[in-house]
Design a protein around this ligand. Structure first.
Ligand code: FEO
Ligand code: CA
Ligand code: CA
Length: 633
């Protein structure tokens, strides 16, 4: 930043007044900075302040942390359960069996387990009827089987696979309340054994061929489906995350190659032993099966007969979600995080432009384009509100040192081993990138960096957007693209919030940034969602022990932030042992759908039915205002 620009920034900060708690960020000051002639990249993301608690955007009182086995909301709000694990999707379908004795076939006809990311698709011209596509990430053996342990047969592996994938359901609203429509012709399970196509540059590659699929184009199943994306052309994107965990080897001495190691496959997983009962997951017998997972899968929710498609042009890694944007000249952009310690943030830009008039013309838009990975500079080192600049590096065979000399024979290999290619170009190793969302108000992009206990070790230097050693609390990164164009190769970044516990620790490193207080503190931000008014909703997947570093934080929760003032208020607290993940809104913004995943993960919960000795069940809940108003306003 030049001296002149520094003075301009100081003037702007003075204009809005400084204080310790809370800050106004680039969004609010953008107009002023433009007026003063700051070009985006040389203009810093400006930190200034307002007093806490005066946001005009947040129309509810922040609630206290809680440890109860229920949904806690601000006064004037209520919630209901939309659907829970095991609910039958079809007319006369098999009912949920709390004993755990239900078959795999039954589970394939029921709502999946551990719901995560979800999108709502309204029927054209109808306000009270919609489809929802909802991810089912994994299952909890403790509740799935009568024995409560790892699967003991091929049938039990099939049942676990039936819990995962995606559920598509119809929902209807009556008297202001949304309900699941059992028996709708749109209701559908796309589970871990469902037929899926591979498309894009890597489809048919040698590394994707197996004895069951010598063409390398037809996969069985999508599983470990974390978060999601919704395209402007009306399709759903489901993102395969911890797929590697599903694989093991019958050869205790098996040695893995560099790529397999980089995707963290091991001989014996602590949590999943599917390879013992299903050869598909045995690396000694079907090593290429591993390469057929870890993709973004596109689904047309309005066509129950359609075959979902794995879009290989978007790269293979442990995908969290897929955030859609559009370049200034009309190309689709997909922002994506790779959730593993020290992995990267990516973006894909389509070769062709989005056809907004003819949605079906975009059917193969995600098969052609360019994948990039993010590199961040060290920033200004400000502890409370660091900021700096970054760039997107192209991951194309023949460019940036990605070629035979670095071990890549072709573009398909670059995509299949995207992590290795991104390392060649020295992308920035991040604190576990989780969700990414794009502000509907100013186009700034927000990404949760959930935590990283290994920061400072293992070739992961402290600094830039990852400023803390052994980071147990996480932070939310934000960037603004040059010229506000998602097609730009450069951007300015800042940290919107650095989570911490000011009730236990002094100072930013563990107490958090100035917009964290003992009243709103949380750890491990994960899910994110913007509503139409530009409120940023933050969902947590953290330590809910309520002790030590996490004392006073209570159960996992959902907060809501004003992106302009930086103020954050706690809106909802989930039941015991849950993660709060998955968020969607009705078009009129009067219902907020949110996912309660793995309540009672380690016992202690009977959410949502609260039956004596009842099993906890992951559920989607619908939150409304008692006066029927807009949620959060
Ligand atoms: Fe499925 Fe990274 O969370
Ligand atoms: Ca997550
Ligand atoms: Ca997480």
């Amino acid at each position: 930043m030049s001296l002149l620009e520094e003075n301009q920034a100081t003037d702007l900060e003075n204009m809005v007044g400084l204080s310790r708690r809370g800050f106004i960020s680039a969004g609010a000051l953008c107009g002023a900075a433009m007026f003063l002639g700051g070009n985006l990249l040389s203009r810093s993301v400006l930190a200034a302040s307002v007093s806490a608690g005066n946001s005009q955007l947040l129309g509810f009182e922040s609630i206290a942390a809680a440890t109860s086995d229920t949904i806690t909301l601000p006064p004037g709000y209520k919630s209901s359960v939309l659907i829970s694990w095991g609910q039958p999707l079809h007319k006369d379908g098999p009912a949920f069996d709390p004993s755990g004795n239900g078959s795999a076939e039954h589970q394939e006809l029921q709502f999946g387990d551990n719901n995560d990311g979800m999108s709502l698709f309204e029927f054209p011209g109808e306000n009270d009827r919609a489809l929802m596509a909802i991810n089912n990430e994994y299952t909890n053996y403790r509740y799935l089987y009568p024995h409560g342990g790892m699967p003991q047969s091929a049938e039990e592996v099939r049942k676990a696979l039936a819990c995962e994938g995606v559920s598509v359901i119809e929902v209807q609203r009556k008297d202001g309340q949304w309900h699941f429509v059992q028996g709708s012709r749109y209701n559908r399970r796309i589970h871990g054994n469902a037929p899926i196509s591979l498309s894009g540059p890597a489809a048919g590659h040698e590394l994707l061929k197996t004895s069951a699929d010598p063409q390398g184009k037809n996969v069985l199943g999508t599983f470990q489906n974390c978060a999601n994306g919704k395209t402007p052309w009306g399709t759903y994107l489901t993102c395969e995350e911890n797929f590697t965990d599903c694989f093991g080897s019958s050869n205790a001495e098996q040695k893995f190659d560099a790529a397999q190691k980089r995707y963290a496959v091991v001989v014996t997983s602590k949590e999943i032993n599917w390879h013992q009962h299903d050869e598909r997951f045995d690396m000694a017998k079907n090593p290429n099966e591993l390469n057929r997972h870890g993709w973004v899968v596109e689904i047309d929710p309005f066509d129950p007969q359609s075959t979902p498609v794995k879009r290989t042009a978007l790269g293979r890694f442990k995908h969290e979600n897929a955030a859609l944007a559009e370049t200034g000249d009309g190309h689709a952009v997909v922002y994506m995080g790779d959730d593993e310690r020290g992995e990267f943030i990516y973006k894909f830009v389509s070769r062709d432009k989005i056809d907004h008039k003819n949605p079906k013309a975009n059917r193969d838009l995600l098969d052609h384009g360019t994948l990039y990975v993010a590199r961040f500079d060290a920033g200004d080192g400000n502890a409370d509100h660091p900021k700096g600049q970054g760039e997107w590096i192209e991951l194309t065979h023949g460019k940036n040192g990605i070629d035979a000399s670095s071990g890549f024979a072709d573009q398909a290999q670059v995509l299949i081993h995207a992590r290795l290619a991104a390392s060649v170009v020295k992308a920035t190793r991040m604190d576990r990138p989780e969700w990414i969302v794009v502000s509907p108000k100013d186009g700034q992009v927000y990404c949760t960096l959930t935590n990283n206990a290994k920061r400072g070790e293992d070739g992961q230097p402290v600094g830039g957007p990852n400023p803390r050693e052994k980071n147990v609390y996480g932070q939310i990164l934000r960037w603004r693209t040059e010229r506000d164009d998602h097609g730009s190769k450069t951007f300015a970044w800042d940290l919107f919030v650095v989570a911490g516990n000011p009730g236990v620790h002094a100072g930013t490193a563990k107490g958090g940034s100035s917009n964290i207080t003992p009243q709103n503190m949380f750890n491990s931000p994960d899910g994110l969602g913007f509503d139409k008014a530009g409120r940023l909703w933050i969902l947590t997947d953290g330590d809910s022990s309520n002790a030590g570093d996490f004392a006073g934080m209570g159960n996992n929760q959902m907060l809501c932030a004003d992106p302009v003032t930086g103020e954050i208020r706690r809106f909802m607290v989930g039941p015991v042992g849950c993660e709060v993940t998955g968020i969607s809104f009705s078009a009129d913004q009067k219902t907020l759908f949110v996912g309660i995943q793995h309540p009672g993960e380690n016992g202690g919960s009977t959410f949502p039915e609260h039956l004596p000795n009842g099993k906890p069940r992951s559920s989607v809940i619908a939150i409304t205002r008692e006066d029927g108003g807009i949620v959060g306003a």
